[in-house]
Design a protein around this ligand. Sequence first.
Ligand code: GCW
Length: 725
Amino acid sequence: MKKHLTILTSLSLFLFSVVSAHDGSQLWLQGSAPSATSTLEIANAELNQSWKGAAPVLRLNKSMKALPDGSFSITIQAGTPTIQSASEVGLLYGAYHLIRMQQTGANVRDTALVEQPSYNIRILNHWDNLNGTIERGYAGRSIFWRNSADQMRRNADGEVNEEDLLHPKDAPEIPSVDRLRDYARANASIGINAYVPDNVNASPKVLTTEYLQEVKKMADIMRPYGMKTYLAINFASPMVIGGLETADPLDKNVQKWWTAKVKEIYKLIPDFGGFLVKANSEGQPGPNDFGRTHAEGANMLAKALKPFKGIVMWRAFVYSPSDPDRAKQAYLEFQPLDGQFLDNVIIQIKNGPIDFQPREAYSALFGAMPQTREMAEWQITQEYLGHSNHIAYLAPMWTEFLQQVKDIARCPINNQLLAMSNQQSAQGSKLKAQNSKLTAISAVSNVGNSPSWCGNVMAQSNWYAFGRLAWNDELPACQIADEWARLTLFPGRNDAAATKALASVKGLMLRSREAIVDYMMPLGLHHQFAWGHHYGPEPYCDIPGARPDWMPSYYAKADREGLGFNRSSTGSNATGQYPADYARLLDNPETCPYDLLLWFHHVPWGKTIQHRCGSKVMRESLWDALCHHYQQGLDEARAMQRDWERCQGLIDADTFADIQRRLRIQTRDAQWWKDGCLLYFQTFSTLPFPDDVEPAVHDLDKLRAIKLGITNYECPSQELLDSVR
Ligand code: GCW
């Protein structure tokens, strides 16, 4: 008996230590970040600490130079691996790949493979302000910039004073070197090779010598891990910090100022990547302020960067009301500029034409500028997906986008794209990495200084998924979920219990995105979010005097007749911006994909539509379909809870409790969304809920009155949410 007890105790101690050692702070990695300054030494150190088996051979092989930088091969013969690459960073990627293969249970006895990246630049954009706050960040404060929060003046709504944002009082201070090294390592382990540490709503201060010295320190930490440093810049910098009277890109003194500034940067950071620019968007300065085009603005910077091989990532997120439909504006402004951008300029385009909604049509700009380099921008941080309170695995959204863009590009009868492929190559491959071509993909990071890095452990999966897809955009979302969950939640475990729990976690992850679409904005609805902070529903939002396109009613267009934005040829004709065959498909409500129906059409409440809700294909009225989708979203949120409950005891206890708590919030939020939207739209449809849809538990007037009063830098606490509904 005593013997049994001892065995039992040591077994539970063992299990306890296995389960409790992984609280997520290590991300998907084991061991610690090597502090070596040589990339090769890091690769060796990583293999030493994590690879189990015969020592791998690392070999530089210049004959692989024809492949995109970072490509590598792995050959394993009788258990002995050889990693080859033309560059040290390729060997480092190979080392991480090999370790991942072993840790996820792949064949590591006899195998041969070659890996090459889908895009040359795989970059994270951090919307971190120099005072340490993070715009749309829900994971604490910046890991790059630090300033005492106490020094920030706040207004009555808790918002940080604009002046303090632009001119933080503290001297810049580089935060923890270890944290930055861990960050660099995490990125390298999934092939991310670049970062922008400052917000696209950029402070001119970042280009002062004082701040550049700090950026140099960051760059020095990142370099051995193959991470290149870029900066988001403010177009008016020559005026704000350079003392010039203009920032006109055609002005000689302005050009001189940028040339000198770029020289100064490269002196400090010889491998500096270049600039990311948000211009003439949401109040940011830009070339339009001086009567110049985006191309003239971008090219002026590109010329200054060219001698150093630097690039300009110029954002197409603009929506000055040149057309009554916001979804058309970026295309209208940028498409005519095709062919005018220098070859070290790449246009950074959000996946959809509005703004990182749970589901959008893809932006028609992709493929519409055959003479111009284009890159996609995704959003990892969950601005529109329940912040860090909701569990949302985003790889299904991104693979959906990649698929859409590629399918259109491959369509042989598509005139516009055929013409394009004659000039260059089809757009799908144009976005892709080729050794000498400028190709890139970016995402807005969700990283902050919270212990879990991303606000909660599950949110790390989206950082991981971005890296894996940027490296290989053919990877299926389910494979990435499998890898991530094994590495992060069940490292070293392949017993039956862990395998079952793993299946539950994957189930939860893979249903999460569609669940969110269903309980927030099904059938192509979009932007029904609360004003400003974008947490929770506010289809009823009404701010006197506000820009119409900042209000949900502009997008839903609910009236007595029906619901949805008519973007067909009888409406704004946004469909006309797409390649001809696809445009025809979208233009007809009978052939428009049901999940984009209300994006492109204003549909009568009683019109019969065919749609898929969960696993069922249904034919019913728009109103009934809408009700069923909101119900489906709520049911799925509950199912996600059940998936998670099955993991109790098999996942680190704190992680389990934290996600359990968030899923409870998420389910209550799903109810809030369902009630808020359906009760509000019901005031127009005046139709009852179908029998199999649960009646509302909230009162519309009470929901209308909810004002969370949070800033754009925070996720509402459970207490706050409990206090308002
Ligand atoms: O998604 C919107 C956000 C802004 C953001 C902007 C952008 C950085 O609401 O906070 O600003 O897009 O992408 O520039």
